[in-house]
Design a protein around this ligand. Structure first.
Ligand code: MN
Length: 264
């Protein structure tokens, strides 16, 4: 195997209209596929299953995991009743993705959680969320009206964190499309990035594992911003494992766009 395979954890989309209203589709946004391919790794879609059955077999076939974004996380999972501002939830998908996260960490799979993926990572290990940022905290616009590749707000990165190592600087511009965020960080995790209003924008598991969550959508920026592609390259390299495979992963990355840091 020359290049690492990154399992992109999928979601369910329930058709509201069209030929089959109510039909469920397994899906990921294609931005994730493009970003993983750009990083030099091979993307593989993992459709949501019914609960945890089959998760082990899925995970045995991938070298790393990308937890995609999506709908809100069921607040009952972190001990809160739903606030009026809570959006759409789908407990069956939560259950499957939590099983992926918990088993993935146990198997030592490098993992990048994006938006909902970062939130679920926190909840999986005992953390909590803000159900709705505008009601509970934060005065930075976290749901931008500008196009998805545009960096809308600044994120400060904690020195010494994996994110600081990946970006090579203390601040990056990120897009922002979220109304929920990490509130209490899970035991065994550290806060690695914050917006100017204090909202947590990055978390990572302490220790040697590559388990990183970011609240923004780097997959929507990876084609234009080398910083954001670097996140996917870091996942690819971590997933490549031993030194020989790691070298091959970097070779595969070399010809792709990016490499230098964007100015903020
Ligand atoms: Mn934000």
């Amino acid at each position: 195997m020359d290049r690492p395979v990154i399992g992109i954890v999928g979601n369910l989309l329930i058709a509201e209209g069209g030929m089959f209203p109510g039909m469920e589709r397994s899906y990921v946004n294609h931005d994730y596929v493009r970003a993983v391919a750009l990083s030099g790794a091979v993307p593989m879609l993992l459709p949501p299953l019914s609960g945890a059955d089959g998760v082990k077999e899925q995970l045995e076939r991938v070298d790393g995991l990308l937890l995609s974004g999506g709908h809100d996380v069921d607040p009952l999972l972190y001990g809160e009743e739903p606030a009026p501002e809570l959006g759409f939830i789908l407990p069956e998908v939560d259950e499957y993705q939590l099983a992926v996260i918990r088993l993935g960490v146990r198997l030592g799979k490098p993992m990048l959680g994006i938006c909902r993926g970062a939130q679920l990572l926190n909840v999986a290990f005992g953390g909590t969320l803000y159900q709705d940022i505008p009601q509970e905290t934060g005065r930075v616009k976290h749901w931008q009206k500008s196009p998805r590749h545009v960096g809308g707000h600044t994120v400060q990165v904690a020195s010494g964190s994996l994110l600081a190592h990946i970006f090579g600087k203390e601040a990056v511009l990120t897009n922002s499309f979220h109304h929920q965020a990490v509130k209490d960080i899970a035991p065994g995790f550290a806060i690695s990035a914050r917006a100017a209003d204090g909202v947590i924008e990055g978390i990572e598991r302490t220790g040697d594992a590559f388990v990183v969550g970011v609240q923004w959508h780097p997959e929507m920026m990876a084609e234009e911003h080398a910083d954001m592609l670097a996140l996917f390259r870091a996942l690819a390299v971590a997933a490549a494992g031993d030194e020989s495979r790691r070298a091959k992963a970097w070779d595969a990355c070399k010809d792709n766009k990016g490499g230098e840091n964007d100015a903020v």
